[in-house]
Structure formats: structure tokens, C-alpha cells
Ligand binder design. Structure first.
Ligand code: SF4
Length: 663
């Protein structure tokens, strides 16, 4: 399939090249231009509690935060930023502070005189969100823009006068009614929303601006940033970009979602500062940021084969067209291959790690939603009957299996393709794209002549994502539609680093519709436990479990295969009305088996409902000890006591037919 080449959104798709942005000074540090990619986080304390906030800021700074953002929901908190700043400076911390503003221009104007940067949300600055789909005539739209100009210009003038920087931070979930009416909640709408405010600031001669386009769905987030850069390129702009996935959640899922969204862009040279939003203590966000950023330090990559015309649209998702072979490719969900090639012994109980539990009493296998489809055993053997849905891939020469042939496939080295006979039976091909011969015409001709092959693509290049993407594009250019399994291995020093590497290098490909399956591998052996990580993984029995969870979470985050409940939970801030971490854990415990249901857990009613994105159910703090429940964007139960709220939420899920009993 060919299409007209879409507008570019980065300097290179085949070589690591950072998009050159202007430098914006925030106190003593610069963002964009020649500066490294900066990392930052946001406090979760009550901004009126000066000492608690200062102490949290210090923990974040000590963990590496180069900027610290603090929420200022009203003029009182904005005023208190002065006390916080003074106390921090008194204690010897010069880190620039950022005031986070929603709705309230007077708080923004106060904060801009105190801190080094203000963040405004163009979806709600001086706007009350009504969730009304009002039809705006051109005149009404222009009148709204004039109103915004009047409200926003004073802040721009103050920033100019005080040398304060500004982030125009668009959120997918909180676009203004005006933007929604014209664009819907689309990446186009997000970019238009930022541009409305950007143009007002530029008219005042103010350009000390950073832009962001966050969303909780990494696909939307990545498309919005691409569109923003493409629009900047078209109009000669070069503002630095702050990257983040909002409401990413906690634990591994939060890290995986963030790595996919953020690193997809960083790989293509987009992004000057990052924040990972986790529903955890903010200082835990910084090690994750560091693991991401260090991937790009001193990243010099030799260019790959040039792309003449992009055969897919980077601004709209569509799955690469592939041939269906067995249960792989076409419109089928991507398969997951579990790696048992390093295991000394494969037993029925070791398969529990990848979703298969054998019950000896009933002689039955119980299969989880997140159960692997294949196991790659390498040279190892399986000496028991496998569950019906599980198949084996083995190395050539391994004939150890007393099992039905239909369940067993050999992984054939790509160099042996010329010796293969063309036959209908599916064959897996081990193809490392770093080998020069796989780019040759002769090799491509051989691929074309085969009947049913599935390619396991790997690379050890530093820009592995770009390299794998280039090869898949090369296959498309040659009209080869064999399914491709993305095979990614990691030998990074901790599980946390491996989590980031595996998610970033594979997830970016699934976001663009590439990949009919995934095989993750780790240099850790089964007997190396989770102590190698900076934090505890709960509860991990083996490296296979880690890899299997990661593979399914990557597919879930890229919405290519839904196997579990999705949680959209805000990172909490000074507005939060309940213990978000504890509540999220309790909700997860009771609802984790609701495959495909999306539950938002938001700390406050002011921003929460706007930022729940496309959640099916919302659990939102609406006052001290009070929770309001939502079905989609509609309030269904107001201000219920927090002790009853979880039962009420489950009742609501039941009422709408989305409840099933846990096994
Ligand atoms: S939704 Fe959460 S992070 Fe956002 S303002 Fe409310 S409490 Fe803070």
C-alpha cells in the first residue's frame, strides 16, 4: 500500500536527531536548545502546608527533579508559593518552581510574580467546562477568542515583565467546549487549543514558552505531539516540548504506558523535558525519568536506509496489513510468545508464570486472560502434554518433544531461507535486521517466494525502534505482507531499566500498527530474583512472569490487545481529597478481573471529570470523605460516603452489565 507522504514531524525517522528548539530560561536552567532533556515532577501535598510542601520538594530535588511543579488552585495557594520558595532558598535549594494553574487567572497572575514558570491549561483558563456540545457560529467562536484574549493578555504581560516562563499545557481530557465543538477531542483539537493561546502570547512579543500535549492514551498523546511539531515546522516555530502521559496509573502499568508514550517521541528526537505521572510518591517518578533520558545520552546512530515515502499515516492509527497465518496476523490480536529458552526445567507449575495453572485433581488447565500463546523453548524440552491453546517454538535440531506436531514449530535462521522448500505449513523465521544480507534484493525475492512465514524481527542497534520500523517499512515497500513478531531483549542492570527498554522499543511500533506479536527476553535468569530492581515487584515468581506481564501490558497500553481492567488514575496533587494510592489499590483488588473495563480514579472534582478521558466509570473525590461516581461523563451518584463508595462503584458496574465474578 502506498500513500502520499504525510507531512514530516521530526528531522529523521532513520537516525537519532533531536528537533532543534529555542532555549527557554526557567530561573537558572534552560529547557530546549543545547540543553539536555530535563526531568521534573509535581508535589502532591496541600500547597497551603508550607513545610510539608517544602520537604516534599526537597525529596524530589534530591531524587533528581530539575524543576518542581506545585499546584495553585486559588489565589491563596499562589500567594503561599512565596513562603515555599523562600524556605527552599533558605535551605539552599535553587531549583526553579512552576505553578500549576487551572481555571483561575488571578492565581496565575499572582504566581507569575513569584515563581519561575507558570503552567496554564488552555482548556480551562478562564473557562468553566460544561461538557456542552454547543454549536459555535463563526461570530460566536471569534467572540470567545476575544474573551480569552482579554483574560489571558494580563498574564502574558506579567510574565514578560518578571522574566517568568510559561507552559501552555493542553490535556486531551480537558479541552474547552469551544474546541470540542469544532474539532472533538482529537489531536487536531489539542494542537488548535495550544495555538489559540500561543498566538495571543506571540502578539504581545512573548515567546518564553514551552508546549505540551498530554493524554492518558499514548496513541492520542503521540499523534498530538507529532501534529504539533509538524505544525511548528510548517509555521517556522520551535518551542521546546514537555512530554508526559497523564493519569498513567501506578506500578508497572504506569511505567509501561509512560515509557511507550514518552520514548516513542524521544526516539524520533522530539521532547526537551519529561514528567512521568505516577500514582505514587513524586520522588519515585524521577528514577523512571532518568532511566528514560539516559537512553538518549550520547546516542549517535548510523543512518538506516532512507525512507522515500511513508506507507502509513503517523497521525492516525491503522494496523499494517498482513497475511493471516494460523492464529497470527491479519486482523487477529497480536500474539504473545513467552521465553523459556533459559529455563533449566519446564514443568506444569512453571507455566503458571505465563497464565496456565494445572489442577491435578480435575486434570484440567485453567487459562488466564493474560496467558501466552506460544512458548519459545530454544534447545529445552517439554515432557508433559501442554494445554490446548499453547504452542511451542524450538531451535532447529531440537527434536525432544513427544507432542503433537501441530503444536510445535521450528525457528529457522533467516540465512537458511534459500534452502527452504515452499510449503503451506507455517514457519517462523529468525531475522536480525542488523545483518546486511536481509536488505538484499536476493533475500527479499526469497521472502516473496515463500508460502506461509512469520518473521521474528530483532535488532541490537541503539535506535532499535527506528531500525525495526525501517525494516517493516522496507517489507511494505516490497509488497511483503508476512506477519512480524517484535522480538526485544534487554540486558539492562535492573528490572526497572529493562521494563523501560522493553516497553519503549516495542510499544512505539505497536502504536503505529506494526507488530503481529511480541517476544520479550531478559538477560536475567529464572533464579535471579527481583532484588536486582530499585523497587519491589509484586508478587513476581519468575522472570517469565515479569516478561509476560510486561508483554500484555504493552499490548494493553497500545490498545492492540485488551486483557485486563484499565485504570486511569491521576497522580494526585494539592487538591486531592483522599489517599489516592490506597484507594487505587483497593479498587484494583476488587475489579482487576474486569477485562476491558476502564475505571478512572481521580482526586478532585475540579479537574478529575475533565481528565478521565474515555473511562467507562469514574470514582472522583468531591469533598472531604465524599465520592461522586460517574458512568462515562455523567454523574450518577453524588457525594456518597467514601466508606461505601467502592461497593457503590461495584453496584454501578453490575447495573451496567460489566460485572463478572472473579474466579
Ligand atoms: S484530578 Fe488529581 S491531579 Fe488533577 S487536579 Fe485533581 S487531584 Fe490534582
Amino acid at each position: 500500500m502506498t500513500m502520499s507522504t504525510p507531512k514530516p514531524y521530526c528531522l529523521s525517522l532513520t537516525e537519532y536527531k533531536r528537533f532543534p528548539t529555542r532555549e527557554v530560561k526557567i530561573g537558572g536552567i534552560g529547557i530546549g536548545g543545547p540543553n539536555p532533556i530535563r526531568i521534573q515532577s509535581m508535589t502532591t501535598t496541600d500547597t497551603m502546608d508550607t513545610i510539608k510542601t517544602v520537604e516534599q520538594c526537597i525529596r524530589m530535588i534530591e531524587a533528581g527533579s530539575e524543576l518542581v511543579r506545585i499546584t495553585a488552585p486559588s489565589i491563596n495557594e499562589a500567594r503561599n508559593l512565596e513562603l515555599i520558595k523562600n524556605e527552599l532558598r533558605k535551605r539552599g535549594y535553587q531549583t526553579p518552581l512552576v505553578a500549576d494553574i487551572h481555571f483561575t487567572p488571578n492565581a496565575a497572575e499572582m504566581a507569575a510574580r513569584i515563581v519561575e514558570k507558570v503552567r496554564i491549561n488552555p482548556g480551562n483558563y478562564a473557562d468553566k467546562k460544561k461538557f456542552d456540545l454547543i454549536e459555535y457560529t463563526d461570530e460566536a467562536y471569534q467572540a470567545e477568542l476575544l474573551r480569552i484574549r482579554e483574560k489571558f493578555t494580563p498574564l502574558v504581560k506579567i510574565c514578560k515583565e518578571y522574566g517568568t516562563a510559561m507552559r501552555i499545557g493542553t490535556n486531551h481530557g480537558s479541552l474547552s467546549d469551544r474546541i470540542m465543538s469544532r474539532y472533538g477531542d482529537t489531536p487536531e483539537g489539542m494542537v488548535a487549543s495550544a495555538f489559540e493561546f500561543l498566538e495571543i502570547a506571540e502578539d504581545e512579543g512573548y515567546q518564553n514558552i514551552v508546549l505540551s500535549m498530554k493524554a492518558s492514551n499514548p496513541i492520542i498523546m503521540v499523534q498530538a505531539y507529532r501534529l504539533l511539531v509538524s505544525r511548528m515546522m510548517e509555521t517556522g516555530r520551535n518551542y521546546p516540548l514537555h512530554l508526559g502521559v497523564t493519569e498513567a496509573g501506578d506500578g508497572e502499568d504506569g511505567r509501561i504506558k509512560s515509557a511507550i508514550g514518552i520514548c516513542s517521541l524521544l526516539d524520533d528526537g522530539i521532547g526537551d523535558t519529561i514528567r512521568v505521572s505516577l500514582t505514587e510518591e513524586p520522588e519515585f517518578e524521577l528514577p523512571v525519568c532518568k532511566d528514560m533520558v539516559k537512553r538518549y545520552q550520547l546516542r549517535h546512530t548510523p543512518p538506516l536506509k532512507e525512507i522515500i515515502s511513508l506507507p502509513y499515516d503517523p497521525y492516525a492509527y491503522s494496523r499494517r496489513h498482513t497475511t493471516t497465518i494460523g492464529n497470527i496476523g491479519g486482523k487477529l490480536v497480536p500474539i504473545v510468545i513467552a521465553d523459556y529458552s533459559n529455563s533449566e526445567l519446564i514443568s506444569p507449575s512453571s507455566l503458571e508464570a505465563v497464565g496456565y495453572r494445572y489442577d491435578a485433581t480435575s486434570d484440567k488447565w485453567h487459562i488466564a486472560d493474560g496467558a501466552a500463546d506460544y512458548i519459545y523453548v530454544g534447545n529445552n524440552s517439554v515432557s508433559f502434554a501442554l494445554p490446548g491453546t499453547l504452542k511451542i517454538i524450538q531451535n532447529p535440531g531440537n527434536t525432544a518433544h513427544p507432542i503433537e506436531k501441530i503444536k510445535c514449530f521450528t525457528l529457522i535462521p533467516a540465512k537458511d531461507i534459500p534452502t527452504l522448500t515452499t510449503e503451506k505449513q507455517a514457519r517462523f523465521i529468525d531475522l536480525c535486521i542488523d545483518d546486511e544480507y536481509v536488505w538484499s534484493n536476493a533475500f527479499i525475492n526469497n521472502l516473496m517466494q515463500q508460502q506461509s512465514i512469520i518473521l521474528l524481527l530483532s535488532s541490537t542497534s541503539k535506535n532499535r525502534m527506528q531500525a525495526l520500523r525501517r525494516y517493516i517499512i522496507y517489507l511494505n515497500e516490497n509488497h511483503i505482507a508476512w506477519p512480524c513478531i517484535i522480538r526485544i531483549g534487554s540486558s539492562a542492570g535492573t528490572l526497572d531499566e529493562q521494563l523501560i527498554e522493553l516497553s519503549a522499543d516495542s510499544g512505539s511500533l505497536f502504536l503505529d500498527g506494526f507488530g503481529d506479536g511480541i517476544l520479550l527476553q531478559s538477560a536475567f535468569k529464572t533464579d535471579q530474583n527481583t532484588k536486582v530492581s530499585g523497587r519491589t515487584y509484586l508478587p513476581l515468581t519468575s522472570i517469565q512472569q515479569f516478561l509476560n506481564n510486561t508483554a500484555f501490558s504493552i499490548l494493553q497500553a497500545t490498545r492492540t490487545r485488551i486483557s485486563k481492567t484499565e485504570y486511569i488514575s491521576c497522580p494526585s496533587c494539592g487538591r486531592t481529597l483522599f489517599d489516592l494510592q490506597e484507594t487505587t489499590a483497593k479498587i484494583r483488588q476488587r475489579t482487576h478481573h474486569l477485562k476491558g473495563v476502564k475505571i478512572a480514579i481521580m482526586g478532585c472534582i475540579v479537574n478529575g471529570p475533565g481528565e478521565m478521558a474515555d473511562a467507562d466509570y469514574g470514582y472522583v473525590g468531591s469533598g472531604p470523605g465524599k465520592i461522586t461516581l460517574y458512568k462515562g461523563k455523567e454523574v450518577v451518584k453524588k457525594s456518597i460516603a467514601s466508606e461505601k463508595a467502592l461497593d457503590e462503584l461495584i453496584g454501578l458496574i453490575r447495573e451496567h452489565g460489566d460485572w463478572i465474578e472473579a474466579e
